[in-house]
Design a protein around this ligand. Structure first.
Ligand SMILES: NC(=O)c1ccc[n+]([C@@H]2O[C@H](COP(=O)([O-])OP(=O)(O)OC[C@H]3O[C@@H](n4cnc5c(N)ncnc54)[C@H](OP(=O)(O)O)[C@@H]3O)[C@@H](O)[C@H]2O)c1
Length: 231
């Protein structure tokens, strides 16, 4: 049984977390579309059978976002600026302005649920990551825009703030969730992706911003139980 009806737009689908989000949507039998910058990269990763699901565009282009979100009920975005690459677009454009205009356009086109991956420590201006284009400050401003745009009745958001990202398989660890930006740790992109997908339907994820890291290595059959830590 699928737990969410409607089409989910996966933004940043060719990124490392984005690829896991697609795998987890497939595992839950949920319909999806891919918002990517490079069609060739997407076809290479996901295969030619995905051609019909691909919409190309960039987060800084509202017209392209408009086309991508039309007909979708939810967005899961794992887009993030490449802050250590001086030739890439800055975090102010991608994480602050991009996130805000993405949320605004998505809402105007009838998207009901907006799920965004940001980062632990976005509320800590002194954090060393802010040396890179104030990336954490920019992500926090992007979060603020999403929270203000998606709180009205009939709309909702979930913001997931993961610890340092690792590339292990899903369902191998317990997870710790928190609010108030107090946690430190790491988490696998695969488990983060599963939590983003569960956020589509889990009532505890509704209009919630939370941090997540992994705990003890204990095999899991589902990650839904960890959402009970949220109140
Ligand atoms: N690395 C960590 O330890 C860490 C820790 C906490 C949080 N995070 C955050 O978690 C998220 C996922 O991280 P990740 O390492 O899995 O991601 P990643 O592999 O670096 O992928 C980033 C994605 O963002 C897309 N992107 C970048 N600029 C874009 C733009 N202007 N328009 C549209 N798409 C754009 C990229 O597209 P292309 O595929 O076309 O390049 C890619 O799909 C990011 O927001 C990251 O900042 C990372």
């Amino acid at each position: 049984m699928n737990r969410f009806r409607g089409i989910v737009l996966v933004a940043g689908a060719t990124g490392r977390t984005g690829q896991w989000i697609v795998k987890r949507l497939q595992a839950h039998n949920i319909d999806y579309r891919l918002f990517v910058r490079s069609e060739a990269k997407a076809l290479d990763i996901f295969g030619p059978e995905h051609a019909e699901r691909i919409v190309t565009g960039s987060i800084e282009n509202p017209q392209e976002i408009n086309e991508a979100v039309t007909g979708c009920s939810a967005v899961i975005s794992a887009i993030g600026a490449y802050v250590t690459d001086p030739s890439a677009l800055p975090s102010s454009v991608v994480d602050r302005d991009g996130m805000g205009s993405f949320a605004k356009t998505a809402r105007s086109r009838g998207v009901e649920k907006f799920i965004q991956v940001t980062s632990l420590a976005v509320t800590k201006p002194e954090h060393p990551m802010n040396k890179y284009g104030n990336v954490l400050d920019m992500k926090l401003q992007g979060e603020n825009a999403i929270r203000s745009i998606f709180t009205d009745q009939g709309f909702s958001y979930t913001i997931l703030r993961p610890g340092g990202l690792q590339d292990g398989n899903p369902f191998l660890h317990q997870l710790q969730f928190g609010t108030g930006d107090k946690l430190m740790g790491v988490i696998d992109r695969s488990d983060l992706a599963e939590c983003a997908v569960v956020s589509l339907w889990h009532p505890k994820a509704r209009n919630m911003t939370f941090e997540l890291i992994r705990g003890a290595e204990v095999p899991q059959s589902s990650l839904e139980i960890f959402f009970e830590q949220l109140s």
